[in-house]
Each structure stands twice: as C-alpha cells, then as structure tokens.
Design a protein around this ligand. Structure first.
Ligand SMILES: Cc1cc2nc3c(=O)[nH]c(=O)nc-3n(C[C@H](O)[C@H](O)[C@H](O)COP(=O)(O)O)c2cc1C
Length: 347
C-alpha cells in the first residue's frame, strides 16, 4: 500500500513505533523496521554521543530498512545531550528521519534538513501541527488524549484531533493515541491521516525489552486502567493505574507540589531498574487507553501482519456496507472474539 508517509519514509506499511524512552532501542526498533513498519530509537536512552552512535550502528547492522531517531526537546530530558551533535551523527550515519517532540522545533529544522535528514515533529494539538508545518517540518504526528505519556493540555481525543489536523495541514499528518489494531489504522486513514504511531501496543511484544511483569499487566488491563497524573504541575501524564500513580495523585494534593519534587519522590532514578526487575507498582509507567485493546504478546512481525489483515477486513466491511450488505457477515475477525474479563464483563 502507498500513503504519503510510506512514500516519504520508504516503508512498506504506514505504521510507526513511537519513540519510547527505555524501550526505544535497536532490539525492538529493528524488528519493527524489518516487519515493514518504521522503528524508532530514542536519543534519551543513551548517556553520550558515543553510545548513541553505537546504537545507530547497531540498528544498521540489524536492518537495512529506514528507521527514526526520537529527539526530545524537553529541557529535563535533553540535559547533557548535545542536540547539534545528535543531528550531526544522524546525518553521518544516514538516518532517514528525526522525530522531535516537546517544544517548537523551528530553530532545528534548518540543521536537520542541512544534514540531509527528514524532520517529523510530534504535537498534542492541531494548532501546534500547523506551527510545525510553518516551521518547515516534513510531516507531523498528532497525539490524541488517549496516548501514553504526555497528551498535552488540550485534552482533545484522537478522533477530533486527527480529523482537524488533516483539514488544516498540507504536510502529511500521522495519527497517534489509541491506535493498536487494524480497525484503528483503517479509521485513521479514513480520517485523512497518512499512517499511525503506536506506542502502548509495541510494549506488549516479544521483542520489547520490558520485564514480563509489565507486559502481563498490559494484557490483563482494560481501557479503564490508566490514570492522568501531574496535571496540577502542568506536566500531564497518562500512566498505568498502579501504586506509584496513585501516590503521585496524593502527593499532588500537597501545597508545595512541583514537577521535580514529585519525580524524585516517586520513581526518581529507579525507572531503569524497575523495568528490569519487573516492579510494576514502583514507577510511573506510561501506557495509553489502548491497553484495553491488547490481549496478547506476539512477535512484532506477527503483530504487524495481524494489523494489516484486520485492516483488510475493515476495508471489506466498509465495502459490504456501501453495497447494502449490512447483515450478511459477522464483524469479528480472527483473534478478536469477545472474551470474559475481570468482573465477568465481556469485551
Ligand atoms: C513506555 C512509553 C514511553 C514513551 N516515551 C516517549 C518518549 O520518550 N518520547 C516521546 O516523544 N514519546 C514517548 N512516548 C509516546 C509514544 O511515542 C507515542 O506517541 C504514544 O505512545 C502513542 O500513543 P499510544 O500509546 O496510545 O499508542 C512513550 C510511550 C510509552 C508507552
């Protein structure tokens, strides 16, 4: 299939694995690129330029397909990272595209393009998407309120956000937030997006380096099992409803709550260790509402192939409906049969 995203990135399917701090490493990202999507490694995972360059080289040894580098522009994430150096390394190593997120990337666009690299910027609101276009970005990802991590202050869900962004932007729009299957992909493309970014879905794959406890938590969770925290300190985060998130909400009610204080009282520097030890309750664990759509832990290739099959089923259904065939075929593609979950409700 062809969309403006597959053409721009030189990929087979319009599916990007979102940048994921801790998990944006070659083991996962190369599997995504090899399966026809676009994998992403995160600059923020690596202590210095040398380690980052080694990671890019590891990617190139594992896949000959295009991939992304996620570069956070948030000051607390980028501390110690030399942004210019990162761009230079990406250019020298032939990285196809950089995904920035966090603040307006206007000043970086000439440097990224000057290094021969495409620039995709990720935003949480339609008006920021337009700013990214004006800044000269090649594509923009719009992340709706359902998304894992930082949904932004507009609190607009993916359905309206994607629809709105494609109506006001001329550059390709990629939809993020709540997409985890072929039906979601079909819906995003129907809205006018050129592809999807998925984060939460990729956590529950064989290749993701998270401890099995985190993957098990996702599989048993429903769409009601995320929490929004840190709103009071203007750093809104959608995370798993676990002990740490509930403690965060309690701490936020204290009069002197501040982002730095909260982070050190909560996970502090323990996130990497918790992800390795399987301490699901010990940290703020970013997950999106899409957890309610995830029931298995497949390999990345099986997952992407399954998404593309279900996308085909969704198109068939639309054609059937257009032909006035509404009641003839039950809409329950393989692998999505309702199952009984906690509390006896079926989904
Ligand atoms: C565990 C985890 C860590 C994330 N870390 C980052 C990050 O470091 N930088 C970033 O731009 N986005 C980050 N995200 C957001 C994803 O790139 C993506 O935009 C989001 O997950 C899409 O929504 P979804 O989870 O509903 O698919 C993270 C997401 C997850 C699940």
């Amino acid at each position: 299939m062809k969309t403006r995203l597959t053409e721009l990135m030189g990929i087979q399917y319009p599916i990007i694995q979102g940048g994921m701090h801790h998990f944006g490493v070659p083991a996962l990202a190369a599997a995504v690129s090899n399966a026809g999507g676009c994998g992403t490694i995160n600059r923020s995972v690596y202590a210095g330029s040398k380690e980052f360059r080694n990671a890019v080289r590891e990617m190139k040894s594992l896949t000959d397909k295009p991939f992304l580098v996620n570069l956070s522009l948030l000051p607390d994430v980028s501390v110690g990272e030399n942004v210019g150096e990162t761009i230079r390394i990406c250019g020298e190593e032939g990285v196809r595209a950089i995904e920035t997120a966090g603040t307006n990337p206007k000043e970086l666009v000439p440097y990224i393009h000057g290094a021969g690299i495409l620039h995709i910027h990720k935003v949480p609101g339609a008006r920021y998407a337009l700013s990214a276009e004006k800044a000269g970005c090649d594509a923009v990802t719009v992340a709706g309120f359902e998304c894992a991590g930082h949904p932004g202050g507009d609190e607009i869900g993916s359905l309206v956000l994607t629809n709105r962004a494609v109506r006001i932007c001329r550059i390709p729009v990629v939809a993020a937030g709540g997409y985890a299957d072929g039906r979601g992909l079909a819906a995003a493309l129907a809205l006018g997006a050129e592809g999807v970014v998925m984060g939460t879905r990729f956590l529950a794959t064989k290749e993701c380096t998270a401890h099995a406890n985190f993957k098990a938590w996702i599989v048993q969770a429903s769409e009601n099992d995320t929490l929004l925290c840190q709103k009071s300190v203007h750093n809104l985060m959608r995370v798993a409803n676990n002990e740490c998130a509930r403690r965060c909400l309690r701490l936020e009610r204290e009069p002197d709550a501040a982002p730095g204080k909260l982070m050190s009282a909560l996970s502090g520097g323990r996130a990497s260790a918790a992800y390795e030890d399987g301490d699901v309750d010990g940290i703020l664990f970013p997950v999106g509402s899409a957890v309610g759509l995830i029931h298995d832990i497949p390999s990345v290739k099986d997952m992407i192939d399954g998404i593309m099959r279900e996308y085909g089923d969704a198109l068939d259904r639309m054609l059937q409906l257009a032909c006035g065939d509404s009641g003839t075929k039950e809409w329950a593609p393989a692998g999505t049969a309702p199952r009984v979950e906690r509390g006896g409700e079926s989904r």
